[in-house]
Design a protein around this ligand. Structure first.
Ligand code: CA
Length: 408
């Protein structure tokens, strides 16, 4: 597909992608679609008549968040996508009003794309769960008895989910070293990342209703990169018996552009076989996993970046449809804009692990950086950048970057 807009080769934001985000225009948060190094201002496009043939109320683009548009439903998402592809490949209204409607992406300030009501974090990578089990409970079986039967998860904090580029203040809290008799208070010394992706709910449910696995994906609007910053020393002391709390809730960073399920469709792939067979409500047909390359880079203050991990979303043991089906099987309702994170995505070898605690074997084996220094956990001034992209038959659909810098 050729467009009259100049799209750099290898751009994450090809015409096959068309992800949604919120950017600042004249200091107002405004819905947009990324294309190459540009953004299509959806509100401006609606005002000049680009969307007159669409059957949903395009005043939803006056909103500061995408929730109202997402709530218009799947037919609206599809019709807008088709309209944009048509307008980008032929010279119609969008071309005619391009000076008003199209802005530079590289200089744009991005905002939170959705108002997140609730956030859930899963724990769905078998490699990560096994690695962490060994580190946190060295004397017992690493994978707990429920893990292969339930997509394990917990309810997190939506209030501290932040947009890429927002700095992270090193959290303080209680911790207790294994050799100490009593806990102490102070800044976290074992500050870590978690390489995750998150999906955004596109269709609400009513309290008491459950989502059937066969139409679970109809309830998903799209995905972002998700870095679930973690303070391992705080986590290690507090997590028994109810699980993650302050070691996780200080910040989680998302990438600004939501890549839709429709754009991800060509990148479906087989999942890891599930043994033993899961209960019937979690059984599914077809390919429910996605081949999405993931990379993590660390950049010390004023220095160059070192890639510390290369993983893939396809390593997930539990897929999104199973997660969402399980989440609602008890009648728990979900709302448009809710965010569900995958859990840390680790591959099979040390260079594909999704957290520093795994790469450094609990802090025992420092990783080497390009500047000659080493890291076990994050130091002040470090920036973590996560990138994600799909590529197949010359088609690239990417997520851009998810980054954050650690402040003292
Ligand atoms: Ca997590």
């Amino acid at each position: 597909m050729n467009s009259w807009i100049d799209i750099p080769q290898n751009s994450d934001f090809s015409i096959h992608n068309l992800p949604y985000g919120i950017f600042l225009r004249d200091e107002k948060p405004t819905p947009g679609v990324a294309i190459g190094d540009y953004i299509i201002d959806l509100n401006a496009a609606a005002k000049v008549g680009v969307f007159t043939d669409l059957e949903f109320d395009t005043s939803v683009f006056e909103s500061d968040f995408l929730n109202d548009f997402i709530d218009c439903g799947k037919d609206a998402w599809t019709s807008l996508r088709h309209c944009l592809i048509k307008e980008l490949t032929a010279q119609g209204n969008l071309f005619e009003f391009k000076e008003k409607v199209i802005v530079d992406r590289l200089s744009a300030d991005m905002c939170m794309p959705v108002r997140i009501g609730d956030y859930t974090d899963f724990y769905s990578s078998i490699e990560h769960a096994t690695n962490l089990g060994k580190l946190f409970r060295p004397d017992s079986e690493p994978l707990l008895p429920n893990w292969r039967h339930i997509p394990v998860g917990y309810h997190g904090r939506a209030s501290s989910i932040i947009i890429s580029g927002t700095p992270i203040k090193r959290p303080s809290g209680q911790s207790k070293a294994p050799t100490a008799d009593t806990p102490s208070f102070g800044k976290s010394k074992r500050l870590d990342i978690e390489l995750e992706m998150a999906f955004i709910i596109g269709k609400s449910t009513t309290l008491g209703d459950s989502i059937n696995i066969n139409n679970a994906e109809d309830h998903i609007f799209g995905k972002v990169i998700f870095n679930d910053w973690s303070a391992r020393d705080i986590q290690g002391w507090e997590y028994v018996p109810l699980g993650p709390f302050l070691g996780k809730s200080f910040a989680s960073t998302i990438s600004p552009w939501i890549v839709t399920m429709e754009a991800l469709e060509p990148f479906r792939c087989e999942s890891i076989p599930q043994e033993p067979t899961v209960l019937p409500y979690l059984q599914y047909e077809g390919q429910k996993n996605f081949n999405i390359n993931l990379e993590v880079g660390i950049t010390p203050e004023g220095d160059e970046e070192t890639t510390i991990s290369e993983s893939n979303f396809k390593y997930m043991y539990w897929n999104m449809a199973q997660q969402l089906t399980h989440h609602t099987v008890n009648g728990c309702n979900v709302n448009v804009g809710d965010m569900m994170a995958s859990g840390t995505i680790s591959g099979r070898d040390q260079h594909s692990y999704g957290s520093m605690i795994e790469i450094s074997k609990g802090g025992k084996e420092p990783m080497e950086l390009k500047n000659g220094k080493t890291r076990t956990f994050l130091e002040d001034g470090d920036t973590i950048t996560i990138r994600a992209y799909c590529e197949k038959d010359g088609v690239r659909v990417g997520f851009g970057e998810c980054s954050g810098k650690i402040l003292p």
